[in-house]
Design a protein around this ligand. Structure first.
Ligand code: FAD
Length: 461
């Protein structure tokens, strides 16, 4: 009997697709996984990195405990137990991985362990068997990449996979690449005691976002003692007795370890995607708005299709692909994607950027509110940061960002408002709890129309 759907890859794209397919009525569904259920996100990405970042955040909180009148903490004696930290992280990963496997089973999805290839539409070969499938979803994800002159040896010159398994904190860490992963590791490793130097080729950190975000983050990093070089590249890297890098701006950086975080590339090894004509010149699998590839009956989702390479985007694309596999006609809507960054301070941008609006010639209004004017932020000692939003001329929210404590959660409020195309009036009529950090979002939105209560500005029209 043929499968209604075979999904290749059990990351947040693939396992969500398989479960959704069963929930939406597909009878026979399988997901093929060559590694671990949960994919990059659960095993070497989002989850392990955030488990370690949680330890870094606790360490920072204890370090500053005296400010809150807490006695008995000797900052000089503070440190980390790497073995305990790693054990905690591994436990979380193992628990969640088991959870995904149980969920697949509970939903009646067959989990086939092995490497899949696709010789033709409707066929998946795994462990020597050819399986027939009405539809196939490719969710094979991505892997790390490097640049010429930066060979990865796994000890001195490493990628994020290695960093998640470190055994000790390097005294000096050079990070090449100031995107999300580079910034998150810079923030975490500095908290753990490494002297971090971060090098980014473009003019600011987090290059996809508005300049104001990267610059604000760079300022916070500098205050914390992280050395940031933007607008320059590593010209030469020597790796005898540690590492020594020469930057294009002439600076020489010595380090005990170098993290290369210069982006990720699509993973399609052994899949047969090239023979089917599925790949573009950059190795991604292009899809239409309904997530279908150029071959009818073969869909692709997640990192392998490119765009915003985020776990929740992969899961959202899964939803669309599955509905279409089962006869629907839906398209992917990217207008309100949250883009969280788990640094200290946290960052979350959603929807349109200011540079995107300007490039498109859209007339917009800006609202901004700082953490320093929010009571809860003051109580929590978290006064660094701000929320900024953009609305159209009718006050409908188009985009925005939050930088500061809990920004990755606060950004979700913006996300809901932007997704639902709410206006300033809609948000103003919503009651926000007091005192909470979320008031920074409400007041930033109100400020776009000039009537934030806790900000002096022009009268409400
Ligand atoms: P993946 O999760 O990569 O899963 C693909 C799966 O397919 C893998 O398990 C692989 O083994 C399997 N596979 C590949 N080829 C085959 C084959 N031929 N046969 C069988 N199986 C195959 N995103 C966020 O949203 N938030 C974060 O905080 C975040 N942090 C990150 C931190 C790090 C260090 C990294 C590296 C990434 C992070 N990401 C984060 C990105 C996120 O992990 C990815 O966007 C997400 O995992 C993509 O999901 P996916 O399903 O497309 O692919």
């Amino acid at each position: 009997m043929s499968y209604d759907l075979i999904v290749v890859g059990a990351g947040p794209g693939g396992y969500v697709a398989a479960i959704r397919a069963r929930q939406y009525g597909a009878e026979r569904v399988a997901v093929v996984e060559k590694g671990h259920a949960g994919g990059t996100c659960l095993n070497v990405g989002c989850i392990p990195s955030k488990a370690l970042i949680a330890s870094a955040t606790r360490l920072e909180a204890v370090r500053h405990a005296a400010t809150f009148g807490v006695q008995g903490v000797d900052p000089a004696a503070l440190g980390i137990n790497v073995a305990a930290l790693m054990e905690r992280k591994n436990k979380i990963v193992t628990m969640l991985r088991g959870g995904v496997e149980q969920l697949l089973k509970g939903h009646g999805v067959e989990l086939i362990r092995g490497t899949a290839s696709i010789p033709a539409a409707g066929q998946v070969v795994v462990n020597g068997d050819t399986l027939a499938a009405k539809n196939i979803i490719i969710a094979t994800g991505s892997t790390w990449r490097t640049l010429p002159g930066l060979p990865i040896d796994g000890t001195t010159v490493v990628v994020s996979d290695h960093m998640l398994e470190w055994q000790h904190v390097p005294a000096r860490l050079l990070i090449i690449g100031g995107g999300i992963i580079g910034c998150e590791f810079a923030s975490m490793m500095q908290s753990f005691g490494a002297a971090v130097t971060l090098v980014e080729a473009t003019e600011s950190l987090l290059p996809g976002e508005d300049l104001v975000i990267g610059r604000t983050l760079a300022r916070s990093f500098a205050k914390r003692g992280i050395t940031v070089h933007t607008g320059t590249t590593v010209e030469q890297l020597e790796t005898t007795n540690g590492a020594a890098a020469t930057l294009a701006n002439g600076t020489r950086v010595e380090a005990d370890r170098v993290l290369v975080s210069v982006g990720r590339k699509p993973y399609t090894e052994g899949l047969g995607a090239e023979a089917l004509g599925l790949l573009n010149e950059r190795g991604f699998i292009p899809v239409d708005a309904g997530m279908q590839t150029t071959v009818p009956g073969i869909y692709a989702i997640g990192d392998v299709v490119g765009g915003m390479m985020l776990a929740h985007v992969a899961s959202a694309e899964a939803e669309v692909a599955v509905k279409n596999c089962l006869g629907g006609h839906v398209t992917m809507d990217y207008h309100a994607v949250p883009r969280p960054v788990f640094t200290t301070p946290e960052v979350c941008a959603v929807g349109e950027t200011e540079k995107g609006l300007q490039a498109a010639g859209v007339r917009y209004k800006t609202g901004r509110f700082t953490y320093a004017a929010v009571g809860k932020a003051l109580c929590a000692g978290e006064t660094d940061g701000a929320a900024q939003v953009y609305t159209d001329e009718n006050g409908v929210l188009l985009g925005g960002h939050v930088i500061g404590a809990e920004a990755t959660d606060l950004g979700q409020q913006l996300c809901l408002a932007i997704q639902q195309r709410l206006s300033v009036e809609d948000v103003a009529h919503t009651i926000f709890s007091h005192p909470t950090l979320s008031e920074v979002v409400k007041e930033a939105v109100e400020d776009a129309a000039g009537f934030a209560v806790h900000k002096v500005g022009p009268k409400r029209p």
